[in-house]
Each structure stands twice: as C-alpha cells, then as structure tokens.
Design a protein around this ligand. Structure first.
Ligand SMILES: Cc1cc2nc3c(=O)[nH]c(=O)nc-3n(C[C@H](O)[C@H](O)[C@H](O)COP(=O)(O)O)c2cc1C
Length: 247
C-alpha cells in the first residue's frame, strides 16, 4: 500500500484537469496498489422531460443507468435534471460577453459576471467522461429547456473554437454520448423524417461542439396504439441495456 503522500501524488499526476477551459473530462485515477489501478469514470446524465414517472425517454434512460451501474459500480453517475435547474438567462449582457471573446476584447465588470455564470454551467457539463441524454420531441424539435441549455453552453473558448483561418472546431472531444429520443409519432418514412427537427438538430449540435461517438436510441411512436407503444418501449429498453454494456 503506498503512503498517503504517494497516493496524492499519483492522483495529481494521473488526473487531467477536471474543468479547464474547453475540454474537461472528469477521469479520476485511484491507485491503492500500484499493480491494480482502478479507473473511476464520471457519467453525466442530462434529463430533459418534465413528465418524470410518465416519461418514456426517462424510463429508457433509467434502464441504461441501471445496467451501467451494475457493470461499473465504482463509477460516479450524476443526474442533471434541466427542469429542476435555474439556468442563467442568455440575454444581451451575456451575448455582449460572448462577442467580446470572439473579437478578442476584454469584458466589463458586468459582462465578466454574466460570463462567469455561463462558464459555471459549462464546467459542470464538461466535467464528465461519458454522457447520457434523454429528450422528448416537442413540436417537431427539442424541449425549450434543452434549447436554453444549448444556448448557454455553446460558447467560444468553451465548447468550440473559432478562427477565420481554420473556421469552427469542437472542443468536447473524445467522449461517447448515448441519446434517447422519445416521440409521439413515428419518423421512419422519408416523408416523416423530413419534419424531424429533433434528432438531426441535436446530432448536428453535438457534432458542432466536438462529439463524434454519438449512440442514438429512438423510442416511438409513444402516442400510438398500446401494443405498438409496449413493443417499441421494450425494444428501446433492450437497446439501452446493450448500449450501457459498450459504454
Ligand atoms: C408540448 C409537447 C409537444 C409535442 N410535440 C410532438 C411532436 O411534434 N411530434 C411528436 O411526434 N410528438 C410530440 N409530442 C409527444 C411526445 O414526443 C411524446 O409524448 C414523448 O413520449 C415525450 O417524451 P417523454 O415521454 O419522455 O416526456 C409532444 C408532446 C408534448 C408534451
């Protein structure tokens, strides 16, 4: 067993910064015996339906979490319920702060305060090795609480980098995300897929901020006949359990 000082040193050497600008990653290496290193990963689950026990997206996500926890009991899982979170307004002041960064200018005291709140939300988001996100389709798109969250975290120097020479570059890299999409209708046909602004939009945004390993689970049609709902939900729960195994 190494001394406490050696253990502390190992943690400092092995652990990347948990929340530095742009990328973070919350991986914590714990070594009680040099030959047996236990890697503790952080999984962040973003929950975006307000329907809780009636929510299909949450039910499928919970199946994922139960399977994941069984396989990785040592890992940290954080659930972030966007309906139980007071996100900062992304208003004129915050937008001025954003443009100051894009134009390489410094913040006023007021802008700095508005920007700090944005950075705090980003840090909580970035402090994970793996992600799970579940969302309902609302009016062909995503629920407004998730859009609000996206507008807060989509920031230069945090989730993306921009330069006129190289264009946009996502900074949330090297981490997988499983996404559970619940919809009332079915969007498999070409005609219906053309009005699906939930999955294509979200995936575009995730790629924009750097995700490349995006693992979708679609649960639909949740406003269909009871048999169709039950069959689709059982299949989605099985898919979630499989995804948890490879996460
Ligand atoms: C405000 C609202 C808007 C909705 N809009 C759509 C829609 O445009 N297309 C659709 O297929 N289903 C729509 N639905 C149905 C939901 O997508 C469906 O009930 C789904 O199961 C919601 O996810 P949840 O069960 O996790 O809350 C809507 C539901 C609500 C509450």
């Amino acid at each position: 067993m190494p001394s406490l000082a050696r253990f502390d040193l190992f943690c400092r050497l092995a652990a990347p910064p948990r929340t530095s600008g742009g990328v973070g990653g919350g991986r914590l290496f714990v070594s009680f015996q040099p030959e047996r290193e236990l890697i503790v990963a952080r999984l962040l689950y973003l929950e975006t339906s307000p329907r809780k026990e009636r929510s299909h997206s949450i039910a499928v996500a919970q199946a994922f979490l139960a399977a994941y926890q069984g396989l990785h009991p040592e890992d940290e899982i954080e659930t972030w319920d966007l309906w139980n979170t007071r996100l900062p307004e992304f208003d004129g002041l915050a937008i001025n702060a954003k443009y100051r960064i894009l134009h390489g200018q410094s913040h006023s005291a007021e802008e700095a305060a508005a920007w700090q709140v944005v950075v705090d939300v980003f840090r909580r988001f970035a402090n994970a090795d793996k992600y799970l996100l579940s969302l309902p389709m609302w009016n062909f798109g995503i629920p407004y609480k998730l859009k609000h969250f996206i507008d807060v975290i989509a920031q230069p120097g945090l989730t993306f980098h921009f330069s006129p020479e190289t264009g946009y570059q996502g900074l949330v890299t090297g981490r997988p995300i499983t996404v559970v999409y619940a919809r009332g209708g079915a969007y498999g046909s070409a005609e219906a897929a053309a009005i699906d602004f939930q999955k294509p939009y979200l995936e575009h945004f995730l790629r924009f901020i750097g995700f490349t390993d995006i693992r979708p689970i679609v649960v639909e049609p949740m406003l269909g006949a009871p048999d169709a709902v039950n069959t689709a939900k059982a299949a989605a729960i099985e898919a979630a359990q499989r995804e948890a195994e490879r996460m």
